[in-house]
Design a protein around this ligand. Structure first.
Ligand code: ATR
Length: 283
């Protein structure tokens, strides 16, 4: 029940956004806090984003989420950036300040770390981590992984150059070793293997082998729903603990909600309520 305070107008920009779970997540958060929130998913392109942001500001909007393929464009449009957004070159959350200035942040990495540490009860400090993928999803989480002080981070990617460049971009935060897919699959063992590729959306498996996993290791897939199923089956049939990225989705949303409203919502019930209906949509 809303407290009768002013409507907080929020939006999601990206393409496609019609199947996004974010509007539902933010309505669940609003329900908990008693705030009146309108959160609308709006189709957008790099060419239209600037005008759409101006329109949201004109409507009295307080902020928005940005999803694929607009996170880099949003970073370029922001007037001020958090350290993690500047480092990753990607923004998933914008907050309107002083009427017409956008503060850009990236809550994806915080969302991942919170899901792993708070919800799954696993520490990242001192852990040996393999990160597969070097696209936007990997760039969005590297800052928060590295500041968690892991023992080791090894990244691989189909296109090796992208992994090399990403590791170089984050070298001031912490060391990231880059291996070819073949090298990585023969290395380890790792305590945590992160899948940041989009292969699950095509029913594909990232380049990993059973021997990469230390006893008790966890495989965390940034994908969720049906996009996580093939990897989940691969893990389960080998006795490897497997998690999809639904918790990360909810946790990154909670951090964004807090940035806009000052309220930190409770996430466990939201993850539970979505886990039966999660779609393949990202963000
Ligand atoms: P984007 O970078 O476009 O935002 P992403 O989901 O973060 O999207 O990145 C896609 C990731 O999945 C990349 O690491 C990509 O590898 P490339 O950099 O070589 O393209 C990886 N990926 C997608 N399809 C793949 C496939 N068929 N085989 C191996 N890796 C794949």
């Amino acid at each position: 029940m809303a407290r009768g305070t002013a409507l907080i107008r929020l939006a999601l920009f990206g393409h496609p956004v019609s199947r996004s779970l974010s509007p539902r997540i933010h309505q669940l958060f609003a329900g908990q806090t008693g705030l009146a929130v309108e959160y609308t998913a709006r189709e957008s392109t790099p060419d239209t984003l600037s005008d759409q942001l101006a329109a949201l500001a004109g409507e009295g909007g307080r902020g928005c989420n940005i999803t694929v393929p607009l996170k880099n464009s949003a970073c370029a449009l922001a007037h001020r950036l958090s350290a993690r957004a500047r480092q990753s070159g990607a923004v998933n959350t914008l907050r309107l300040e002083n009427g017409d200035e956008w503060f850009g942040d990236n809550t994806d990495g915080i969302g991942l770390v919170r899901d792993i540490t708070r919800n799954l009860g696993k520490t990242l400090s001192g852990q040996r981590i393999a990160l597969i993928g070097a696209g936007g999803a990997a760039a969005g989480i590297l800052f928060d992984i590295l500041i968690s002080r892991p023992a080791r981070v090894v990244m691989s990617n189909r296109t090796l150059d992208k992994a090399i460049h990403l590791a170089q971009r984050f070298a001031n935060i912490g060391p990231v070793e880059v291996f070819s897919e073949g090298q990585l699959s023969k290395s380890g063992p790792f305590d945590l293997v992160l899948n940041a590729t989009s292969m699950g959306h095509q029913g594909g498996l990232p380049a990993m082998t059973e021997t990469m996993f230390a006893p008790g290791a966890v495989c965390y897939d940034l994908n969720y729903g049906t996009a996580h199923e093939v990897l989940d089956r691969w893990c389960v049939s080998r006795g490897i603990v497997s998690h999809g990225g639904l918790g990360m989705l909810v946790e990154q949303a909670a951090e964004s909600f807090q940035l806009w409203t000052g309220h930190a919502p409770e996430t466990a019930s939201v993850i539970d309520s979505l886990s039966t209906t999660a779609s393949t949509a990202r963000n």
